[in-house]
Design a protein around this ligand. Structure first.
Ligand SMILES: Cc1ncc(CO)c(N)n1
Length: 223
């Protein structure tokens, strides 16, 4: 039988392709993205990452073995200290302080995405935690590795670091570990539960798309 992660990939493929074609990402890889849109994205992503890091803490709590617990702790650490550090350094280049980053008011889409994830984690099994956070890691790995190969993408003084982070071997290895864990956790589950995991994965993939779109539109609350 084929791996469950392949089923997930197929189920979300259409929405992932739509993300790849979104102007936020096509312009980022071509180096034409307006820096104002990028800094908006960084601020929203910073507050997103705070809740996303909590998903790894929850993964650590729900883990059934020490090895998995250690791995989630590693992911928690690297999100807080490596990924968020990249954002802090970017913000500094724009004259935005660490405090200002942290005080970013989450946009409607950021609220929807982070609360959707935390709700899945609060209600669900470890498999649900992994299903909902997997599109984040996996889709960024796909974007990062594709952009590394895109001619000229790494020449851009602003977007180069971002591409290097998500195209890195370390990030790829963490994504691979998560894919492998998803497959192990799905083994032997009844179809009803697999369908539920697929629903979580697809919903998170749609929220990933909406996150790019929100950043491009620089979404604000109506008042
Ligand atoms: C919205 C979002 N999804 C995934 C990642 C990758 O960790 C990120 N930084 N932001």
């Amino acid at each position: 039988m084929s791996r469950f992660s392949e089923r997930l990939y197929r189920a979300a493929q259409e929405i992932w392709i739509k993300s790849h074609r979104h102007p936020f990402l096509t312009e980022l890889r071509e180096g034409t993205l307006d820096p104002g849109r990028f800094i908006y994205y960084l601020k929203q992503d910073y507050v997103y990452l705070i809740d996303y890091a909590k998903m790894f803490a929850i993964g650590s709590i729900k883990a059934r073995d020490l090895e998995t617990m250690v791995k989630f702790a590693e992911l928690l650490h690297s999100t807080l200290n490596v990924e968020m550090e990249l954002h802090r350094q970017y913000a500094e280049r724009f004259g935005v302080t660490r405090e200002q980053l942290e005080q970013t008011r989450p946009s409607p889409t950021t609220v929807a995405y982070t609360k959707y994830m935390l709700d899945a984690a609060a209600q669900g099994s470890l498999a649900e935690v992994v299903a909902v956070l997997l599109p984040c890691m996996w889709s960024y790995r796909e974007i990062g590795t594709a952009f590394m190969k895109f001619p000229g993408a790494l020449d851009h003084p602003l977007y180069r670091e971002w591409i290097l982070m998500y195209g890195s071997e370390e990030f790829g290895a963490l994504a691979d570990w998560c894919i492998g864990l998803m497959d192990r956790l799905a083994e032997g589950l009844p179809e009803q539960e697999l369908a539920q995991l697929e629903e979580r994965f697809v919903a998170a993939s749609k929220l990933e798309y909406l996150f790019w779109d929100m950043a491009y539109r620089q979404e604000e609350w109506p008042v």
